[in-house]
Design a protein around this ligand. Structure first.
Ligand code: FES
Length: 350
């Protein structure tokens, strides 16, 4: 078909389209927009001072980080709104390091946006692969370098170099000692450990601190509890509650599948650790029809009617259970510790 006979072409809105227009033509660079700092020296100096201020704040924050590390004790717990009780050392290190890094980043971005050249340039692509000549030259240079270094001939040097390179990472491993002493048996016991049949500990509500009675726990409800006497104002509260927190559920006795677990409970009330056995997040999502609880961190799911067995997710152990009964006033009490170490698995766990 000759060009004269080609049908007339139209765009989608009926505009006539050039028959030979390239639909992928390079649109070119947009027109360059001049910034205020390009033409106004005072604005440029102001931007320079702003960038310098951010870098200066970063330096001060780094000095404060070092000072905090020296000045604060890791065990010193303070109340800081809205975070609650936190280690003053961890708080200070986090804030100062965060400010130091943020200010470097913000300063660099502000510098780039206001003072560095922003003239648009087009850089044509070139072939990435090197030519045969260049590759041959690189290989011959490499071989020549290997010969001149005598790496192949001098076995003693080669062996000692490899030995030193293999050992040097051990320095990093030794630094792991700075993570603190090994927990040894400490993680195997919680605050409930002090409970004995002769001297039981009452379960109190996490919210009201009031002793919980069996009649307070309804079928289908989930109630959070802690040992009586664990005060929120105590310096070690965070550390203790991370191990002692309990969730109570009441399941119709005929729905309890695991008999051993049912025996540790009282009249269908079961007390499990609230701390996930994956990496220790607090669990709180309860599905009362299935008796499943879900950890919000990585979705591990435990069946509370079946000894808190893991039915989904990365957790490796069932939730530890606390043996409970009632005293003469109907209060729920524990007479011993959980039946397994609470929280995540660790290397010393039996
Ligand atoms: S901490 Fe619970 S699933 Fe990871």
């Amino acid at each position: 078909m000759s060009e004269e006979n080609l049908p007339e072409r139209h765009g989608s809105e009926g505009h006539e389209v050039e028959p030979h227009a390239d639909p992928f033509a390079d649109p070119g660079l947009p027109p360059h927009e001049v910034r205020r700092t390009d033409i106004d020296e005072r604005a440029a100096r102001r931007a320079e001072r702003q960038v310098a201020l951010l870098f200066t704040i970063s330096m001060i924050a780094t000095i404060a980080f070092i000072a905090s590390y020296v000045a604060f004790d890791i065990d010193k717990i303070v109340f800081i709104w809205p975070f609650g009780h936190v280690s003053i050392l961890n708080f200070a290190l986090g804030i100062t390091l965060g400010v130091a890094l943020f200010c470097i980043g913000a300063g660099a971005v502000h510098w780039a946006r206001t003072l560095m050249s922003d003239v648009e340039v087009a850089d044509e692509r070139h072939a990435i692969e090197a030519s045969d000549d260049v590759r041959a030259k690189v290989i011959s240079d490499f071989k020549q370098g290997a010969d001149e270094s005598a790496f192949g001939r001098r076995r003693l040097l080669r062996t000692t170099l490899i030995g030193s390179m293999a050992l040097v990472p051990l320095s990093g491993v030794m630094l792991l000692r700075d993570l603190g002493p090994l927990p040894e048996k400490k993680l195997e016991h919680t605050g409930w450990d002090k409970a004995t049949p002769a001297s039981p500990i009452k379960l109190v509500s996490m919210n009201t601190d009031e002793p919980l009675k069996a009649e307070d726990i309804q079928v289908g409800s989930l109630v959070f509890a802690k040992p009586q006497g664990l005060a929120e104002s105590a310096e070690t509260f965070q550390e203790s509650i991370a191990m002692d927190a309990v969730m109570l559920v009441r399941i119709a006795p005929e729905d309890i599948k695991d008999r051993a677990s049912g025996k540790l409970g009282f009249d269908g009330i079961l007390a499990y650790s609230k701390i996930c056995t994956h990496v220790g997040c607090p669990i709180s999502l309860y599905e009362q029809q299935t008796h499943h609880v879900l950890c919000p961190c990585h979705q591990s799911t435990f069946d509370l009617a079946d000894g808190a067995r893991v039915i989904f997710g990365p957790a490796g152990h069932p939730l530890p259970q606390l043996a409970i009964k009632t005293d003469t006033d109907g209060n729920l009490i524990a007479t011993g510790d959980f039946n397994a170490p609470v929280g995540p698995s660790y290397w010393e766990r039996a």
